[in-house]
Design a binder for this molecule. Structure first.
Ligand SMILES: Cc1ccc(CCc2c3nc[nH]c3cc3c(=O)[nH]c(N)nc23)cc1
Length: 373
């Protein structure tokens, strides 16, 4: 059974939607936050811990797995689900974005992208066809079209040329996508910070009838209000019966603001990345648990949190572990941050069900503080 989006209801107070995304490896309640597992592992987390904290889908990366261990090895292992022992849905990104954020010496042409591996300097290339074939081999339930995420800021003319090329690449991905698997190929809308290019990109991609659409080219350093404006300029041109995925967005405020504007899927490295330097997302806003003021604090990281870390360990203990460079410390902060965002989306879905997401937004921002989190 392929990927199918079921719209359950729209929030009466906002444009948010409650839905369920059916995939060959299970169902995802939307709006959803998807933990990032770039190299076939959500750093420091076991599949059992991810299930316990409520993760319904995780992300992995074509670029990284193509370079190491290679998609043929993953295929030989039985595919990504078998390789990492994760039997729920997986989504893989197509690799274009990571080439530009990670590799040296890269060259982009109509054909695709040539680059050097950031691991060993090997000269490599990815094209719409090869990126699609790699993802077919990895076996994720949802795979992404090969696109270029224009840098920010960028000249209008550059964004226009790049976006038009991404639309041509999307068509090539569709042609290359092997239908033998039940994988769903999502298109990625580009267009930079320009409403006219966003509209054109959405029209180009929806004419190709993908089972789902991502909005790329955002969360690349632009002011947040630009991102929200581009959502408002794009979403009206996307079909209501297909899921919308806002790539690279995961701060608590952005998850709420994106849901209000009709986004169904989010991902971000933020919760796992800041956890590794001892920064926590709590109901009272951000907290740096390695701070000296927590030395003798024997309370939980977040008194309102029910995660394994907050139920069993104190701020003083976790601060000690991080200062002592004990691995367990970063596992506990990661468990907490992932639980925080997964749980935030549980509350967002509850608020949509009860037509009060606008009210929830006010209450959450009041408590969380609107620092740029
Ligand atoms: C494992 C994994 C990590 C990261 C991602 C999303 C990575 C990501 C962006 N992150 C922030 N902004 C982003 C924009 C784009 C984009 O325009 N296109 C693509 N393909 N990915 C993006 C997906 C999967």
């Amino acid at each position: 059974m392929a990927v199918k989006y079921e719209l359950i209801k729209t929030c009466a107070q906002t444009g948010a939607r409650l839905g369920r995304l059916h995939t060959p490896h299970g169902v995802i309640d939307t709006p959803t936050f998807m933990p990032v597992g770039t190299q076939a592992s959500v750093k420091g987390m076991s599949p059992e811990e991810l299930k316990t904290l409520g993760a319904q889908i995780i992300l992995s990366n074509t670029y990284h797995l193509f370079l190491r261990p290679g998609h043929e090895l993953v295929k030989e292992a039985g595919g990504l689900h078998r390789f990492m022992n994760w039997d729920r849905p997986i989504l893989t990104d197509s690799g274009g974005f990571q080439v530009f954020s990670l590799s040296e010496m890269r060259k982009i042409t109509e054909e695709g992208v040539q680059f050097r591996s950031h691991i060993n300097g090997d000269k490599l290339s990815l094209t719409p066809e090869s990126a699609t074939q790699v993802q077919n081999a990895l076996g994720a339930d949802i795979i992404m079209a090969f696109d270029e995420c224009p840098p920010y800021p960028a000249e209008y003319e550059y964004v226009k040329q790049s976006t038009e090329r991404t639309s041509r690449w999307a068509e090539r991905c569709l042609k290359a996508h092997s239908r033998s698997h039940d994988q769903a190929l999502f298109g990625i809308v580009q267009g930079g910070m320009h409403a006219d290019l966003r509209k054109q990109s959405a029209l180009d991609l929806t004419s190709l009838d993908f089972p789902g659409y991502a909005m790329g080219g955002l969360s690349v350093g632009e002011p947040k209000h630009f991102m929200y404006e581009m959502l408002e300029e794009t979403i009206p041109y996307l079909p209501g019966n297909k899921p919308r995925y806002l790539m690279g967005v995961g701060s608590p405020d952005a998850l709420i603001e994106g849901s209000i504007r009709g986004v169904d899927m989010f991902d971000c490295v933020l919760p796992t990345r800041i956890a590794r330097n001892g920064t926590l997302m709590t109901s009272q806003g951000r907290m740096v648990v390695r701070n000296a003021k927590y030395t003798n604090d024997f309370g939980p990281m977040d008194p309102e949190c029910s995660c394994y870390a907050c139920r069993n360990y104190s701020r003083a203990y976790i601060r000690h572990l991080i200062k002592a460079d004990e691995m367990f410390g970063l596992r506990l902060t990661t468990i907490h941050n992932l639980h925080f965002l997964v749980n935030l989306m549980v509350q967002v879905r509850e608020a949509i069900r009860e037509d009060r997401l606008g009210t929830f937004r006010e209450e959450f921002f009041e408590k969380y503080g609107m620092a740029d989190n």
